[in-house]
Design a protein around this ligand. Structure first.
Ligand code: HEC
Ligand code: HEC
Length: 432
């Protein structure tokens, strides 16, 4: 923790005092969690709950606000970060079932993991094509192993050989405000450009439906339930905006309902509520967590070598991992508006072949399709690809090689590079 007291303000002193007095009594710390978790964007900067900010030994900071934020935005960032890291309890409305109790459990310091979500899908005999019959999974694709107040039956994969069980590691959330700021028309422009290509690289936008109640705070969008939108968040780009993603994560990953998602997900015990009657957190509490994600910086890139960038182009990596996309001129965070956002993704879905396929359908994305992973803060990843199966950048590249992958031609160019050029390319990617 390197925060200075003046950034956090009086709220920190108050929360620390509260933590000290409640540390020996689990009952009272439930109350603290209830107060801060349910209370929205008040002065709940309890840094002691989770470690906002991080740095690697040579002082390269990440999980920090974008350069140039004004004091009010800095406060939003730290308040949201504290809520993001705060483990919620039964009294906060956790559950009835849930995978983890805080956002930070799966996005520690904004980088990948350690928490994971287990997915399941009924697939055909080939082992990866989604079956039209998903009746073996009446409670959906997500495993919910943990029980809170009143629940007795977790959602676990049924022991049936047609059920494919896969892992998604919580991806980094750094720099996701830049992704939200990209104009829809820019995504469609890149999609149209790729449609003209004579090779196999043809990404497509995931046209999805906004599935939440409208956000009472319409600063970032005015979507109504049922609106058609272009997905960009999630490993298959299933959600369009950070507020909807946060409400979805609260509901799906923690069993926390909010005004955007007021109902508990369907569960085997048929429970309609949990340890906290009614809607669990306020819209402010959702928006505070979203604002933290929105305001996180893209970590400074240390050494963007020109030769490496040229090889990244030559091997066609840059077609999918577009080095930058244009953001909207009217995006409400002025620091992110009207610029070339260096996100290294086209925000499009690509068929990456059978070996990465997970059987899961997200919006219009199929078993084999994934959104191009944004190459942001890559040097902080301890593993790569959606389930962390790759342990080096090179293993991640080779992982694009499944049968039918749109990256087949790109990988052939990579394989034909000299050993020196491959090393230069890997160093370039590793420095993103
Ligand atoms: C149990 C682990 C877990 C928890 C808890 C969790 N997440 Fe996630 N998060 C994931 C996984 C896995 C994904 C990828 C989901 C997908 O593909 O749809 C994800 C994706 C995201 C993304 C999209 C990132 C991108 O690149 O598109 C955001 C933003 C996010 N989470 C925010 C949150 C917030 C805010 C919370 C707390 C309210 C939270 N998450 C809680 C595991 C988790
Ligand atoms: C056809 C589009 C496409 C091409 C071409 C492509 N990629 Fe990817 N890349 C993706 C997608 C989609 C993913 C996400 C796969 C997953 O998570 O399972 C990905 C994931 C990655 C990852 C892992 C990122 C992470 O956060 O885990 C790295 C590293 C990467 N690509 C580097 C490259 C390099 C280097 C090249 C060129 C040699 C390349 N890619 C070519 C689409 C592409």
């Amino acid at each position: 923790m390197s925060r200075s007291f003046d950034l956090l303000g009086a709220g920190l002193v108050a929360s620390l005092a509260l933590l000290t007095t409640t540390a020996c009594s689990p009952g009272d710390s439930d109350a603290l969690a209830a107060a801060t978790g349910g209370g929205g964007s008040g002065s709940s900067s309890s840094s002691a709950t989770g470690g906002a900010g991080g740095s690697i030994p040579h002082g390269d900071p990440f999980d920090v606000p974008i350069d140039g934020v004004v004091p009010a935005q800095q406060k939003d960032f730290f308040d949201g970060d504290a809520l993001f890291d705060l483990p919620l309890r039964d009294a906060d409305g956790l559950g009835p079932l849930y995978p983890r109790a805080s956002c930070g459990a799966c996005h520690n310091n904004g980088v990948r993991g350690p928490g994971t979500v287990t997915k399941m899908a009924v697939v055909l005999a080939d082992g990866f094509t989604t079956s039209p019959d998903q009746t073996l999974l009446p409670f959906g694709n997500t495993v919910h192993p943990q029980l809170a107040d009143g629940a007795v039956t977790p959602i676990e994969p049924p022991a049936d050989p047609s059920v494919k069980v896969t892992l998604r590691i919580g991806p980094p959330i750094l720099g996701r405000g830049y992704l939200e700021a990209v104009d829809d028309s820019e995504i469609l422009r890149v999609e149209a450009e790729q449609a003209e290509r004579t090779d196999e690289i043809h990404g497509r936008a995931n046209h999805v439906v906004y599935q939440s109640e409208p956000n009472p705070d319409q600063t970032f969008n005015k979507h109504q339930k049922g609106d058609q939108v272009i997905g960009r968040f999630g490993l298959k780009a299933r959600i369009a905006t950070l507020d909807e993603f946060t409400a979805d994560a609260l509901q799906g990953d923690m069993g926390i309902t909010s005004p955007l998602r007021p109902t508990e997900f369907k569960n085997p015990d048929g429970l309609l509520d949990d340890g906290k009657p009614g809607v669990d957190v306020t819209a402010d509490s959702v928006n505070s967590r979203s604002n933290y994600v929105r305001l996180t910086a893209i970590p400074h890139r240390l050494d963007l070598d020109e030769q490496g960038a040229a090889l990244f182009d030559k091997a066609l990596c840059s077609v999918c991992h577009a080095p930058s996309l244009k953001t909207r001129a009217d995006y409400p965070v002025a620091l992110l508006a009207g610029l070339d956002a260096p996100i290294y993704t086209d925000l499009l879905l690509h068929d990456l072949g059978d070996t990465l396929a997970d059987g899961v359908v997200d919006g219009t994305a199929t078993s084999r399709e994934w959104r191009t992973a944004p190459l942001i803060g890559l040097r902080f990843n301890k593993s790569f690809l959606h389930d962390g199966r790759a342990h080096t950048v090179e293993e991640a590249i080779l992982g694009h090689a499944g049968d039918g992958s749109q990256a087949t031609g790109s990988l052939a160019i990579y394989a034909a590079l000299s050993a020196d050029d491959r090393a230069t390319l890997l160093a370039f990617v590793g420095a993103l």
